[in-house]
Design a binder for this molecule. Structure first.
Ligand code: GDP
Ligand code: IMO
Ligand code: MG
Length: 422
């Protein structure tokens, strides 16, 4: 069978966790392919609200396997916390989750390095989640990293000590206070938990699963505009968040990929620093933030809010080869008289319809089309036929502009508040 992909088209937090959970019954395996605990994927159902960071969002469905692929970076401390919480809820994580031997480990010193780097950048800081993501991927590409498979080897302590020494030498040049011993205690407890999990050669497992007729859904973290190559560099994360990342992050060849679902909000948000052309740093942005509860699922930070951006979405659809779209949080716009859609930008005195190489403050001005709001409570609607005409027109307009069908419209955080579009 084939692998499908679901990934974010904006700057993350599009609602990937919710939709992966909704789609999971159609799959045998859900696999994370990149990122780490910088992700916060929220699931809501039967009165439960749960945020996942490392564990794939299919974990609440019995019988479905959840694979943490080689492209993911794992913090054993956070993973243990996630497992313990799920065990309390009666989810047998050990039975349902498999971890790649080749996934890299986030060490306590990676988190310290992340912090030191952000402090050193001063006002140019990335706004990292400080989970150690950047330094861990740097050690991976620098060929210094520690992988999950290493914890099963006799010389793990030596390898750990060697890498930590290297990190401490760098940290000497930074004015950062820390108590490494205190950080190492939960780290090594996490390592013990990790050792008891099912650690596998995930590339073989996944390819064998496909051969035997199983269906896989690859779950993205972050979003296309945070991709290390195609995002708003340097204000990005350190992995490939795009479709290409599924092949390197899982070991599944591109010709095995079938559907590519791109997910976006009916508006747009970003958390952390960096360009955001359609940002409404004003009352409108505040209104969207309050109505959409736009506060980070991982860090609790306020998310920056603004309007939907078509040049940005077209770029993301192109890079990912998106075959269908899921539009999230339509309900957040229920009370707006007018909704704005950015169709072009004014950039250095010219009208352009693509995302420029670099955007300095004040250099880019969005050109908007105004759309009539639907002024209807969408949150209880469960069928396409009951959707207001204005929303259907908004969907049809986006489908035409983006040249891609919208197959899901989401009208609330709960699993049930999901409308399948025919
Ligand atoms: P992810 O990182 O892409 O999984 O998204 P997050 O979980 O970080 O952020 C999405 C937030 O929006 C979460 O709080 C979800 O519960 C919530 N959410 C998802 N879909 C909808 C929706 O259609 N309407 C509303 N109002 N909230 C939603
Ligand atoms: P999910 O999977 C939104 C942002 C950070 C920062 C930049 C780099 O929940 O959509 P990092 O910690 O990776 O060094 O941070 O990327 N960022 C996210 N923003 N959602 C995420 O994940 C994010 N993961 C990282 O805010 O600007
Ligand atoms: Mg999130």
């Amino acid at each position: 069978m084939a692998m499908d992909v679901l990934l974010g088209l904006q700057w993350g937090d599009e609602g990937k966790g919710k939709i992966v959970d909704v789609l999971t019954p159609q799959y045998d395996i859900i696999a994370r392919f990149q990122g780490g605990p910088n992700a916060g994927h929220t699931l809501e159902f039967e009165g439960i609200k749960h945020v996942l960071h490392t564990i794939p969002s299919g974990i609440f469905h019995k019988g479905v396997k959840n694979v943490v692929g080689n492209g993911v970076v794992i913090d054993p401390v956070i993973l243990k916390e996630e497992i313990d919480k799920l065990l309390e809820m009666g989810v047998d994580v050990n039975e349902q989750m498999l971890i790649s031997k080749k996934a890299h480990l986030i060490l306590p010193t990676h988190k310290l390095l992340d912090k030191a780097s952000e402090i050193a950048k001063g006002k140019n800081k990335i706004g990292s989640t400080l989970k150690g993501i950047g330094p861990t991927y740097m050690d991976k590409t620098g060929r210094n990293g520690l992988r999950v498979g290493d914890v099963l080897e006799d010389n793990f302590s030596e390898k750990y000590a060697q890498l930590v020494e290297k990190h401490l030498n760098i940290l000497k040049h930074h004015d950062l206070e820390y108590d490494l011993k205190a950080l190492e205690k939960p780290f090594f407890e996490g390592i013990e938990t990790l050792k008891k999990l099912t650690i596998i050669d995930s590339e073989h497992y996944l390819n064998n699963a496909l051969k035997s007729g199983k269906n896989i859904l690859a779950e993205g973290a972050q979003g296309t505009m945070l991709d290390i190559d195609f995002g708003t560099y340097p204000f990005v994360t350190s992995s490939n968040t795009t479709t290409a990342g599924t092949s390197t992050g899982l070991g599944i060849a591109p010709n095995k990929i079938e559907k590519i679902v791109g997910i976006f909000k009916a508006y747009c948000t970003r958390v952390g620093s960096g360009p955001f052309p359609t940002e409404e740093d004003n009352e409108t942005g505040e209104q969207i933030r309050q109505l959409g509860h736009e506060f980070g699922a991982t860090t609790g930070r306020e998310r920056r809010c603004g309007w939907i951006d078509l040049p940005q979405l077209k770029y993301a659809i192109m890079i990912n080869g998106v075959t269908e779209l899921a539009m999230m949080k339509a309900d957040v716009l229920d009370t707006f008289d007018t909704i704005k859609v950015c169709t072009h930008y004014m950039y250095k005195g010219e009208q352009i319809d693509y995302f420029p190489y670099s955007v300095n403050e004040g250099e880019i001005e969005p050109v908007y089309k105004k759309i009539k709001g639907w002024k209807t409570d969408l949150t209880k609607i469960t069928d396409q036929k009951d959707l207001p005409q204005e929303l259907l027109e908004y969907v049809a307009y986006l489908e035409k502009e983006l040249e891609t069908p919208i197959s899901i419209v989401s009208v609330g955080p709960d699993r049930k508040q999901t409308i399948e579009m025919k």
